[in-house]
Design a protein around this ligand. Structure first.
Ligand code: PNW
Length: 444
């Protein structure tokens, strides 16, 4: 048991929800099993652009070990678990015929969670688009809104008797900004970015309607990654680049979805893609704002890159995590405040966490004191925001397990439980016990 003190959480609601988050591609593996279709991430991995040529083929083998993973969550004491559905597992071609074996995997997972007293929070899209739809233009195709709505209808009718919490998208700004090259300032790629943004927003609105119509008592939101974009120097050019990125990173999805308008500075760019009635299609009432937050980002001007920005130096002496992300809990409470002020919705923090290079010690224990200190400081910052009146109702650690960290493959670890990728054995880290203690302390 860690001796690190718990933060003061007295300002949080009595029905506050503590949880953990994962996503399908990052943990499931079994990418060619039981009729799953290919996703765009299977293809990216084959292209050899991922660190150490890692792939999602096995990942944490959660597809076969989900029972053990639910047991871990039960030991942790979380009230909720956020996961995502792999679209190509249940619709191998993205649309058309459903794959019963894939659907029944999620039936088993959901039933296992409910039996353990853990509320499932289902995210429809955590980046693993069916490759078959990519071949029809992917997010460049306005028809995606219809295909996404049809996929949502399948999920809603199959699982809506047992699942009530639904998120449409995970971090639309991250997957739209980073799925295209930052290396070259190509106006046509900026135009593609704008088209994609609008199509994702249309798909969000369509999915909200489908969920409302098909799931009694549904509680619906979208998960936004919101991180202050700060200039990396005092130059005017860097300030302008940071302000520009801030709009794309932080506003271009929640503003139209929750306020019914694109940010002023990008209306001209979206205009060519806008059809009559679109804003009403996008701005459908949601029940909460899903917030993912890790750190502020430091931005510099880079005239040759898309949108004219790049990532610049962090302030000298700023505390950093082992993967060089700034540690700035105050930026987290400011972000919570800004979401509250701008959108006026209940907030669930659906990701926050600490990446590092954990390894077991000679006794096989994984002592991750740095992660505990990080979580403690961030939870304290959240409690401070709640004290000032911010309506925050839940907090989910990213992540339950070490997992496939996108471009970084398995080299970076975010889990409360360590995964040995050779044996696939899970070992709770000291942060796991600490978080379990925090949850327990808040219970009557
Ligand atoms: C999130 N950034 O992505 C994702 O939702 C998770 O899938 C991922 O594993 C987790 O954070 C940790 O990286 C992010 O550049 C990607 O600031 C990039 C950034 C933040 C979050």
């Amino acid at each position: 048991m860690s001796t690190i003190q718990l933060p003061n959480t007295a300002s949080l609601r009595s029905d506050f929800i503590w949880g953990v988050s994962t996503s399908s591609f990052q943990i499931e593996g079994a990418t060619r099993e039981d009729g799953r279709g290919a996703s765009i991430w299977d293809v990216y991995c084959q292209n050899g652009t991922i660190k150490n040529h890692d792939t999602g083929d096995v990942a944490c083998d959660h597809y076969h070990r989900y029972r053990e993973d639910v047991a871990l969550m039960k030991a942790l004491g979380v009230q909720a678990y956020r996961f995502s559905i792999a679209w190509p597992r249940i619709l191998p071609q993205g649309r058309g015929a459903a794959n019963e074996a894939g659907l029944s995997f999620y039936d088993r997972l959901i039933d296992e969670l409910l039996a353990a007293g853990i509320e499932p929070w289902l995210c429809l899209y955590h980046w693993d688009l069916p490759q078959a739809l990519e071949e029809h233009g992917g997010w460049q195709n306005r028809e995606m809104a219809t295909w996404f709505a049809d996929y949502t209808a399948l999920v809603a009718t199959r699982f809506g008797d047992r699942v009530k919490r639904f998120a449409t998208f995970n971090e639309p700004s991250i997957f739209s900004l980073f799925s295209r090259s930052l290396g070259e300032r190509d106006r046509s790629s900026e135009e593609k970015l704008h088209r994609m943004i609008h199509n994702v927003n249309l798909a969000h609105g369509a999915a909200v309607d489908v969920l409302r119509a098909n799931v009694a008592g549904a509680s619906i939101g979208c998960i936004h990654n919101r991180q202050p974009c700060r200039p990396s120097s005092s130059s005017e050019a860097d300030a302008a680049a940071a302000a520009r990125l801030d709009v794309y990173w932080n506003s271009v999805f929640p503003d139209p979805q929750c306020r019914g308008a694109y940010p002023e500075s990008m209306r001209a760019a979206i205009e060519p893609h806008l059809q009559p009635g679109d804003m009403a299609r996008i701005c459908r009432p949601v029940d909460w704002f899903g917030l993912n937050h890790y750190s502020p980002v430091y931005v510099k001007a880079d005239p040759v890159s898309m949108l004219g920005y790049g990532f610049g130096d962090k302030p000298a002496g700023a505390p950093l995590t082992p993967i060089d992300w700034p540690v700035d809990p105050e930026a987290f409470s400011d972000t919570l405040q800004s979401v509250h002020d701008r959108y006026g919705l209940p907030i669930y923090v659906l990701e926050n966490g600490y990446g590092n290079f954990d390894q077991p010690d000679q006794n096989g224990a994984v002592i991750d004191t740095g992660r505990i200190e990080f979580l403690k400081a961030y939870i304290a910052a959240m409690a401070a925001a709640a004290c000032r009146g911010v309506d925050v109702r839940g907090y989910f650690v990213w992540s339950l397990l070490d997992n496939f960290e996108w471009d970084s493959g398995y080299s970076i670890r975010f889990g409360l439980a360590y995964v040995d990728y050779a044996s696939l054995r899970r070992t709770p880290k000291s942060s796991f016990d600490w978080y379990a203690g925090l949850i327990k302390a808040g219970q009557p």
